[in-house]
Ligand binder design. Structure first.
Ligand code: PLP
Length: 435
């Protein structure tokens, strides 16, 4: 029973937490077990091996940490971070210089944590809606011949603005200058949904959270450390207890795996989630995310928009983004940064985007993402990640069209849906397991 009942299914289109597949829910519906019995270590061993596949690493060492990326109110900035903190404290010492990119709410929160952990944070700031400024990174790395920069911290996909950063370029810059800085990546809203290649891009620590593209309940941080990061733990002086990788490694060696009690249910859930991803094929999963994202932004050849002030009908004949089919703009400023897991839609200044989110939930049982911090009231977000298919997305887009009209923005009903479904009808392949 919903805490506040709504008929039918809730259309969950926030960019995490996302829909949990029935198979995962069923797999988790079980009793507690003795985690010291032979069964749980045996399952953990296969989980650790399999989880490496979602990072595309063979040399990394994963840690399944009972936490999330961040665990407090997003507006307060009083944040205790799990996976982030684990990545930083295991590899760095207080005072270490870090280059970190501020491009939206989640990079802001990570930077806040970095500062509070007493690192010397060199912040590279861009407008919200832009990607990380990698030209500035290149000039900082070029100027740093004495290697004072110990780490580069970057959020692969900034969930607040729908911006994806180019990680391959970061690696190229470091390699070009033969710079040894660690490369730490927040892949919370990218891993398992976007192209992510830990080994190929030389990422030293990558992390995600269970409630994003893995489509599990909240509660498990998944951190993967490359060999250089593991080596760095030997000299890293940051205080760490709960997140200390050495405690895990000790139990890995013993073959019992757990320094403390794991959530048995989440482990079975993770097993089922990984099985589903491998059944579909990770590359197919990534392609599906690309398709759903394009459909959200997709091109409409003939769109009717009724402008509120001018009250005339405009026929647009050239290809447009789906959100543009409604006469609205994507918060992401350039195509190279478009995110395949979240689209942040900018609304006209006379409309409060929070009202769109409120009404969508109250009237249509549709959950959209709020605009956060700097873009609060200015954008709403459509999350298209995790366990989701084409027709579910069309339901969301139809709901958005209706709610836009509800708040006084006369988007032509059906225009975004038509654009998206035309694209999807041409691009959706047969379901791999049903061919
Ligand atoms: N990093 C990114 C990119 C996120 O999108 C989020 C949450 O949305 C976080 C970190 C924080 O994760 P959590 O809310 O699990 O603490």
């Amino acid at each position: 029973m919903d805490y506040v009942y709504g008929p039918g299914r809730n259309h969950l289109f926030v960019p995490g937490p996302v829909n949990i597949p029935e198979q995962v829910i069923r797999a988790m519906s079980r009793n507690n077990e003795d985690y010291r019995s032979p069964a749980i270590p045996a399952m953990t061993k296969t989980l650790l091996e399999d989880v490496k596949k979602i990072f595309k690493t063979t040399s990394g060492t994963p840690f399944l940490i009972p936490t999330t990326g961040r665990c407090s109110d997003i507006s307060s900035l009083q944040i205790g971070t799990g996976a982030w903190e684990s990545a930083l404290t295991n590899t760095l010492s207080p005072g270490d210089r870090i280059v970190s990119f501020l491009i939206g709410q989640f990079s802001l929160l990570w930077i806040d944590q970095q500062k509070r952990l007493n690192f010397n944070v060199d912040v590279v700031e861009s407008d919200w809606g832009q990607g990380a400024n990698l030209d500035i990174l290149a000039s900082k790395i070029a100027a740093d011949s004495s290697h004072t920069i110990k780490a580069i911290c970057i959020v692969h996909n900034e969930t607040a603005t729908g911006v994806t950063n180019n990680l391959a370029t970061v690696r190229k810059i470091l390699d070009h200058y033969q710079h040894p800085a660690l490369f730490l990546v927040d892949g919370v809203s990218s891993i398992c949904a976007l192209d992510f290649r830990m080994d190929e891009w030389g990422i030293d620590v990558a992390l995600t959270g269970s409630q994003k593209a893995l489509s599990l309940p909240t509660g498990m941080g998944i951190v993967c450390a490359g060999p250089k990061a593991l080596e760095a733990t030997k000299t890293a002086k940051s205080v760490r207890v709960f997140f200390d990788w050495n405690d895990y490694l000790k139990f890995y060696k013993l073959g019992t795996y757990w320094p403390y009690t794991p959530s048995i249910q989440l482990l079975y859930g993770l097993r089922a989630a990984l099985d589903l991803i491998f059944e579909e094929g990770l590359d197919n999963v990534i392609a599906r995310h690309g398709r759903l994202a394009k459909a959200t932004r997709q091109l409409a050849f003939s769109i009717v928009i009724v402008y509120p002030s001018l009250r005339f009908i405009l026929f647009a004949w050239k290809p447009r983004l789906a959100v543009e089919a409604w006469g609205l703009k994507n918060c992401t400023q350039k195509e190279e940064w478009f995110s395949d897991t979240v689209t942040a839609v900018v609304v006209p200044s006379h409309i409060d985007s929070s009202e769109i989110v409120r009404r969508a939930w109250k009237r249509y049982n549709l959950s959209l993402g709020l605009g956060l911090n700097k873009v609060a009231g200015k954008v709403f977000r459509i999350g298209h990640l995790g366990h989701l298919n084409e027709l579910q997305l069309l339901g969301c887009l139809a709901g958005v069209e209706m709610v836009l009209n509800d708040v006084g923005y006369p988007a032509k009903l059906g225009s975004g849906v038509a654009a998206a479904s035309a694209y999807l009808q041409n691009s959706t392949p047969l379901i791999p397991s049903r061919i």
